[in-house]
Design a protein around this ligand. Structure first.
Ligand code: PLP
Length: 376
């Protein structure tokens, strides 16, 4: 008998999540279809209330995507030409494109080697009198230290916007993700921990004035039909997505707990296999809840390892292979290779392994065995 080809271990399998909520989800979506309340409407109002309470925030404003959430948060603070926004070069593109789309200037600061998050010491060194906003990214499902960033913001009278697109349910110290900055931004893109059945996002804030401003901007600057107080755009949340998100929000606590358990098990398996001295495993700060949107290791000979995993049918991904200061579209910012050594080193070394709530232990075992066979 020839050796059986093992079934692949997927990097992410959305079908498994769907199976666990299919009947609830289909009933909720059908209700919206029958009501014809396709845009905002009662489903969106309900979701906004539920997610505000889950996050422990005063205001939650449902919007069309995470990308629009970041754009709205910056626009609500009147960020525009002449302003600088300090952020990380090691993030998803939308964090930074929102800044340039408003005519403002992104100013990068390097990340910390230990957790891949914006380094507050590096941030402090690039703050100028033109800095309007500091935007840390809660990368991979973990949060920056809120007290440290709060102190930098207060001292310099600079607003903080959290790009918490990857971190719903994460905590650090006294704060949940999206609850310590002046504004917080979330994405419900289908691969995120809380996933819509399409595109959706959220802006959070404790400030009544900023909340009204975001509500206004997401709907063409209009509170009453055909009266436009300012120029916004269409960034509304749709009803079907809101209804789906309300269903899934009820499971998010369990799903995040499953991710945390899988991460702990990866750690145990890697230590058992003696791989903890070869790989750099993710670190969790002592006062933190890391919700493992991604389980990211640093690996020697990363590209060869990824090719090897591919041959073994094990999915993996690189978030992100090219830091944003080296993207062709941001060339005019004037940065060069070597400017942010930690971001560049991370781009060359990181590998994200399969982690999603329905990943099975036997699949995890196969991931670890496939990695072990590469370094043998
Ligand atoms: C996903 C993501 C976004 C954008 O969200 P979309 O819903 O895809 O527009 C922004 N920032 C970060 C860090 C993300 O991971």
């Amino acid at each position: 008998m020839s050796a059986a080809v093992p079934t692949p271990v997927p990097f992410l399998d959305l079908a498994r999540e769907y199976e666990t909520v299919a009947s609830e989800l289909e009933a909720a979506v059908l209700e919206v279809l029958r009501s014809q309340a396709y845009v905002l409407g009662p489903a969106a109002a309900r979701f906004e209330e539920e997610v505000a309470s889950f996050l422990g925030v005063e205001h939650a404003i449902g919007v069309s995507s995470g990308s629009d959430a970041v754009l709205l948060a910056l626009a609500a603070l009147d960020v525009g030409p002449g302003d600088q926004v300090v952020t990380t070069p090691f993030t998803f593109f939308a964090t930074v494109s929102a800044i340039t789309r408003l005519g403002a200037q992104p100013v990068f600061a390097d990340i910390s080697a230990a957790d891949f998050l914006l380094d507050p010491v590096a941030v402090a060194s690039v703050v100028t009198d033109r800095t309007r906003v500091i935007m840390p990214v809660q990368l991979y499902g973990q949060c920056v230290d809120p007290d440290v960033f709060d102190a930098i913001g207060r001292t310099n009278r600079i607003a903080i916007i959290e790009d918490a697109a990857q971190a719903i349910g994460a905590r650090r110290g006294r704060f949940g993700a999206g609850a310590f900055g002046d504004l917080g931004c979330f994405s419900f893109y289908p691969t995120k921990n809380l996933a819509a059945c399409g595109e959706a996002g959220l802006v959070t804030t404790a400030d009544d004035r900023l909340a009204s401003r975001v509500r206004l901007l997401r709907d063409h600057g209009s509170e009453r039909r055909y009266e436009h107080l300012e120029v916004g755009w269409n960034a509304r949340l749709d009803g079907v997505q809101a209804a789906a998100l309300s269903v899934k929000l009820r499971h998010l606590g369990d799903w995040n707990a499953a991710r945390i358990a899988l991460a702990a098990r990866y750690g145990a398996l890697f230590r058992e296999a003696g791989l903890d001295s070869v790989l750099t495993l993710p670190l969790v700060a002592p006062d933190a809840t890391h919700v493992f949107h991604q389980y990211v290791i640093r690996a020697p000979r990363r590209d060869d390892l990824q090719a090897h995993l591919g041959e073994q049918g094990v999915g993996s991904a690189i978030h992100y292979p090219r830091p944003l200061h080296l993207q062709p579209c941001f060339e005019s910012l004037g940065y060069r290779a070597g400017d942010f050594p930690e971001a560049e080193r991370a781009a060359a070394e990181v590998l994200a392994l399969p982690i999603f709530p329905q990943l099975r232990p036997d699949e995890q075992d196969r991931v670890v065995r496939a990695i072990a066979s590469f370094y043998d």
